[in-house]
Every structure is written in C-alpha cells, then in structure tokens.
Write a protein that binds this ligand. Structure first.
Ligand code: J2J
Length: 538
C-alpha cells in the first residue's frame, strides 16, 4: 500500500486510558499456550475426536509449526487466509501464526471463489490454508483457482491429503517440523494487527475488521472472567471455530487463557453435542438460536447426561423469550445470552442476573469502558427504554475497517462511535434488548447476508432487470432471505438462482431461500426500492 495506514487505530487519549485501566496488557496472543504450559503442563488443553493435547504438547506443536511456517517464508505482518472447519489444526496453526506476528484472515469453510478472491486482493494474503475436502467440497480445487488468479497467494497449505497438487504444503509436514526456521525475533507488539475478521457487511463487498493483540486478548479475558472460566472449565466449540463468538467470547481463546480445556465438535448435531458434553464433562458451550429447539428435543427424548453443563451461551441472532425460558428448566444449566459482533462490542447476560433479565435481554457490555449510545435518526439520544440505533466505542471495538477509509463516514460518527446498525432498547440496569435493525442485512439464524452484495450478483443474471433481497420471518431460522426480482424474459426460480450464484463462486448460504417475481418494484419518495413495502408483501 501507499503511505496511508491500513486502519486508523484508537485516539491516543483513549489508548492511554485503556492501558492504564489495565484492559490492554503486553502479552501477545501467541504466548497464551506458553504461559499455561509452564503452569499446568499435564492438563488437557485441546481435544479433537480421539486426539488430545496437554498444554505441554500444545506448546511444543505450536513452536514447531511456527518454526516451520517461518521456514516456508512467512514473516511478521504477512496475511494468511485461514479457511478450516473445527479441527485441532486450526488451533495449532492459529497460535503458530500469532507467534510469528503473521495475521490470520478468518474465512469460513463455505466461502467460495468470490469471497476468498476478495479477501486475497484486499489483504494481499501470501498463503491460503484449506482442508482437503469438507462438506463434499474439494477445497484444493478452490485453492488452486485462487492461487492461479491472485498473484500474492503463493502458498497453499492443506490439512489432510494434498492429492495431486504436489506443490501444496501438507500441514502434517509443518507439524513434523520438516522446514524448520527460526522464530523468536519476530515477536509482535501489543498494538500490532493480530487477526482480520469478516464483517457481516452492508456495503456490497465484505469488509474486514482489524483486531490487535491487546484488544483481542482483553475481549477474550473479559468474557472468560464473566463466564467464570478457570482450569476446571471445559468449553465445547460447536459453532464454526473461526467465528468471533467461538474464538474469543470467550471461545477457545478465553478458555485457554484461563487454563481450561477446549473440545472441538465436528458438527452441530444435538447427538454429537450431547455425546461430547457427557464424554468430556463439558461445562460451557455456545450455539445460535436455531439450534436450541433441537437441543431441547434431544434432551427430552434421549435424556443425555448433562450434569457437567453449567452454561449455555446463545447468540448471533435473536433468541425468542419463550425459547429462552425453557433452557434452564429443561437442560439444567444457566442460559447466557450473547449479543456480540466481530466489530467488537460484546454484551452478555451475567450468570447471577435474575432469570427474567437472562430470558428477556441480550445482555450488557462486558467492559466498564464500553460506551454505548441509543440514538434516533439524527444521532440524538432517545429517552431511556425507547428503541434507537446502538452506537458504541471502547477498548475492543474497531475504529475503522481494514484498508477501507471510504467507510469512515458511513459506519462511524465524528466522535468515533461505530454504528452497529442494530435497533435496541436499553432497560433499567443497562441491559439491552435487540428489537430490529437499520442495516440492510438478513440474519439467517446467525449467518449474516448482506442484501446489497447478493443483489449485485443477481443483477448480473441475464434475465434480471431489478433485484431486492429482504428478510422474511421464519419459525426455524428467525429469518430467511427472499429475492424480489423484476425480469425480462423467463424468470429463474430459486433453484436456478442458487445454481447461478454457485457458478459465480458465491457461498451457498447467500442464495435466496425464496424468489418472488414482481412486475415492478415499489419505490420510496426519494426513488429507492421500498423494502418496507416488499416485506409487507410477505
Ligand atoms: C440479536 N442479534 C444479534 C443477538 C448478534 C458473539 C455473538 C455473536 C456474534 C455475531 C459475535 C445477537 N440478538 N443475541 O461476533 O462474538 C446480530 C447483530 C449484530 C450482528 C453481528 C460474537 N447477536 N446479533 O453475531 O459479526 O445484528 O457477530 O450487529 O456475525 O449480529 O454479527 P457477527
């Protein structure tokens, strides 16, 4: 890039306050396994199926992989796209990258050419890490295509079998330390970029969220403290491991920070989840709202042993109050609602909040220095208890997107508050209730879909003249996506649209669940497509 910084950083006065208040410390994220290995070498750190790592073994492997990554040419400040499912290799790799000050760019296994290509160009990533196959998809073919089209991506690292891609690097070779190099002098500084998370986005192309060592460590530590995590805690990672929720809220990072055990679930099916809860004596796990009724049904029908489970975190989309009320009595654990965002601000209900608060609010900020405002359209604060947009700034909330100065004015106020796009009500005591949103997004059971991004793809379809994607209420997922299309010629149906998007290399979850063909779009007074009128049609 030219001389402009990749993101703005915190104002120096705020940064000083966050340091002196003790939120921001000096420990880089990569040092967490080392610190715990010194304290409790024989304690179990990580479990993936039949594979188990003590803290000593984890620390050993992280060191070996870090040296090997250095040996294959990765250097401090480089970006690497990490696209892995819930496998132990994610954790080993992630800490090894942190050791070197190399920045993981968190992608999801379901992302395809369009998303990964965009990430590669935006970050100039030098490597792409993939599984061999996952969910009946060959990620090596995807990686080969990305490397052929994106100049910076020179290395592909494969967890599993490289197949006939002889020049791909097997992760197992890194674990054996085949390409050993040195490591130590590349220690990152606390304010350095530590990772890049994808934003749910509302501007057509996914934006990236820069997280630093000091802010992300605080995020994980503060969440772990509120969840009362310690060496006896066992966290089950059910959600995708690269998702901010599963990484640091408190996720695997908060758990390892506290000296606990992280167990990886290979899939989110209730049977798998409860088998692992019983086998590993899991104390805390996190899910999205659509999973909850399935967990309740499985618990009722098969009476699994849930005696170890103390906390069920639920977040990423709105949990209906009536479902929330069933969790404590039926699963015998404490519900914790989580209203978080990859951009930073994390709201949690507290374990000792009254049941009514836990079941009807989405929590309150985790830091005394999280500043939240609830405002009307003119950015004026609304009276207590009324709905308004949530604005926030604080010690672990971004101050600007990565390499996107053009979004400064649209997504932040002049005072540096991030516009969350969420409509909330503030209850007495400071807990928030999420009541809607002003951003043009569909929250499909926790998976965020940027309406504009999908509309732009739909407009590339030869028969589509005009397209508008909106959320429809759905009993299972909370919301599903509906595409309204104005077409010339024979209109495509939902299946054909899904195939069209797949061929364009777009992740499958972005395909509209339903397609409605309309003769023309309704417009607002200022000439924009009237999405409110479209939603009223549903
Ligand atoms: C309603 N909407 C919610 C909730 C998030 C923890 C938990 C979730 C995320 C996440 C996360 C909600 N009720 N309980 O990163 O660390 C919607 C809001 C929010 C957006 C953020 C974490 N919890 N949401 O979901 O970056 O609209 O992060 O602004 O994917 O999800 O989405 P995302």
């Amino acid at each position: 890039m030219d001389g402009t910084p990749d993101w703005p950083g915190w104002p120096s006065k705020a940064a000083l306050r966050y340091r002196s208040a003790g939120y921001w410390g000096d420990e880089p994220l990569g040092d967490i396994p080392r610190r715990q290995a010194a304290l409790r070498p024989e304690a179990t750190a990580l479990v993936d199926g039949e594979r188990r790592w003590t803290y000593a073994a984890l620390e050993d492997e992280v060191t070996t992989v870090a040296r090997a990554l250095y040996g294959v040419g990765l250097r401090r400040g480089d970006r690497v796209i990490v696209q892995l499912p819930n496998v132990a290799e994610f954790v080993l790799l992630w800490f090894a990258l942190q050791r070197l000050g190399v920045v993981p760019v968190h992608a999801m296994p379901g992302h395809r050419r369009t998303e990964i290509g965009h990430l590669a160009r935006l970050t100039d990533a030098v490597a792409h890490v993939v599984p061999d196959r996952h969910a009946r998809f060959d990620h090596r073919v995807l990686a080969a295509g990305i490397r052929a089209s994106e100049n910076a991506v020179r290395r592909v690292i494969v967890v599993g079998d490289v197949g006939d891609h002889d020049d791909f690097i097997p992760f197992d070779a890194l674990r054996r330390g085949d390409a050993a190099g040195r490591e130590e002098e590349d220690r990152p500084a606390p304010g350095d970029l530590a990772l890049l998370l994808m934003s749910g986005g509302t501007t057509g192309t996914p934006k990236l969220i820069p997280r630093t060592h000091q802010d992300y460590a605080y995020n994980a530590r503060a969440a772990a403290e509120i969840c009362a995590l310690g060496p006896d805690s066992v966290y089950l990672a059910v959600l995708p491991i690269a998702f901010n929720f599963a990484v640091a809220c408190p996720g695997f990072l908060g758990t390892l920070h506290a000296g606990g055990t992280v167990v990886l679930a290979p899939n989110p099916s209730p049977v798998t989840v409860f088998e692992l809860v019983a086998r590993e004596r899991v104390t805390i796990t996190a899910v999205t709202p659509p999973l909850v009724p399935h967990l309740l049904a499985e618990a009722r029908e098969n009476r699994p042993d849930l005696t170890s489970l103390r906390v069920l975190q639920v977040g990423a989309a709105r949990l209906p109050d009536e479902v929330a009320r069933r969790i404590g009595p039926e699963l015998g654990c404490r519900l914790q609602q989580v209203f978080g965002m990859a951009e930073g601000l994390l709201n949690l209900t507290r374990l000792d909040d009254p049941d009514e608060v836990v079941c009807t609010t989405q929590g309150r900020p985790i830091s005394p220095d999280d500043e939240v405002l609830v405002v009307d359209r003119d950015d004026s604060p609304v009276p207590e208890g009324e709905a308004g947009e949530l604005l926030t700034r604080g010690p672990y909330t971004l101050t600007g997107y990565y390499r996107s100065p053009q979004h400064a004015r649209t997504h932040f106020t002049e005072d540096g508050y991030y516009r969350t796009g969420d409509l909330v009500r503030r209850q007495p005591g400071g807990n928030l209730r999420v009541v809607g949103r002003v951003k043009d997004q569909i929250n499909r059971g926790g998976e965020k879909i940027d309406a504009t991004e999908v509309e732009e793809h739909l407009l590339a379809h030869p028969e589509v003249v005009s397209a508008a994607v909106v959320a429809a209420p759905d009993p299972e997922l909370g919301e599903r996506s509906v595409a309204f299309l104005v077409c010339a010629g024979s209109p495509p149906d939902a299946r054909q649209v899904a195939v069209f998007l797949r061929e364009r290399g777009v992740a499958a979850y972005k395909a509209p669940d339903r397609v409605r063909v309309v003769p023309e779009m309704p417009f607002t007074a200022v000439g924009k497509i009237d999405k409110r009128a479209l939603r009223a049609l549903l």
